[in-house]
Design a protein around this ligand. Structure first.
Ligand code: PMP
Length: 283
């Protein structure tokens, strides 16, 4: 089911936008990826807050309110009858001419896609995945701010190609200083001496909604949590590593750059947080 600027389409072949849309021509826009669990959009308010913050940063005025997004998404979920699904919410600069000036784009395009989620294979969660550090760095905030979830994903896509080439399931991305920022589409955590660490946002990480949930759950469990500067050495030396994202949820990492993490199997703290996460999404 697809919503474009007030119109709902049941047939995806009929849901079309202009080739002059600057989302297509220039990657000029913002988006969110939201999970539906038990017929409800998980952490919808946090996703909408991030969408509006991203839009404000790129000077894009979203022509809908948080409330109307909530209503439209609620209607789409009800109409689809789905209990488990995925929503992709996209707002582009809209239709303009072939120049890049956004002044020529008078109406942002609002797209909401509700579809089935293609999940990572079960074995990734049972056995863990391998990641490798990409040559491509996350851009500094004064180039393309990694806090903005924009339609410019080429940086992340190039890293993904590299992970594919190396037979890895995700690419680890550093910032220009060589510190760990995040992965191509996931945030990263590590466990060391019983405490939980994740790169601080200033090091080039997206403020992941799942990241925030994990920090919350870890504190409830009584784990010490730290958002800090993380080096590759910290990861190589960690007892456990895992990734978080709306699509991936929590996925254990058993190898970073050919260094085995812990015992080479998903660790107990990761399992404990995964269980808490499962409880959280089924509430
Ligand atoms: N970092 C990047 C670059 C992402 O694209 C995403 C979303 N897939 C994440 C982290 C994880 O964020 P969230 O938990 O909000 O899905």
């Amino acid at each position: 089911m697809i919503y474009i600027d007030g119109q709902l389409y049941e047939n995806k072949k009929e849901a079309r936008i202009s080739v002059y849309d600057h989302g297509l021509l220039y990657g000029d826009g913002v988006f969110e990826g939201i999970r539906i669990y038990n017929g409800r959009a998980f952490r919808l308010q946090a996703h909408l807050d991030r969408l509006f913050a991203s839009a404000r940063t790129i000077r894009l005025e979203i022509p809908e309110s948080v409330e109307s997004f909530g209503r439209i998404i609620g209607e789409m979920i009800a109409k689809s009858g789905k209990r488990e699904a995925y929503i992709r919410l996209v707002v582009t600069r809209g239709v303009g001419d072939l120049g890049l000036n956004p002044l020529k784009c008078s109406n942002p395009t609002v797209i909401i896609i509700l579809d089935d989620i293609s999940l990572y294979p079960k074995e990734y969660y049972e056995r863990g995945i391998r990641v490798c550090t990409s040559f491509w760095r996350r851009p500094p905030a004064d180039c393309i701010n990694p806090r903005v979830k924009s339609l410019n994903y080429l940086n992340n896509i190039l890293a993904t190609i590299e992970a594919n080439d190396n037979g890895c399931q995700e690419a680890l991305m550093l910032n220009k200083e060589g510190l760990v920022a995040e992965c191509s589409a996931d945030n990263i955590f590590h466990v060391s001496r019983g405490a939980l660490f994740t790169p601080e946002l200033a090091e080039g990480a997206l403020k992941g909604i799942t990241r925030d949930v994990v920090l919350e759950l870890a504190e409830n469990i009584g784990l010490e949590t730290k958002e800090c500067r993380v080096s590759l050495f910290d990861l190589y030396d960690a007892d456990e590593v895992f990734l978080t994202g709306s699509g991936a949820e929590l996925v254990p990492v058993i190898e970073v750059d050919r260094r085995t993490i812990g015992n080479g199997v998903p660790g107990p703290v990761t399992a404990q947080i995964r269980e808490a996460f499962q409880r959280e999404i089924s509430r």
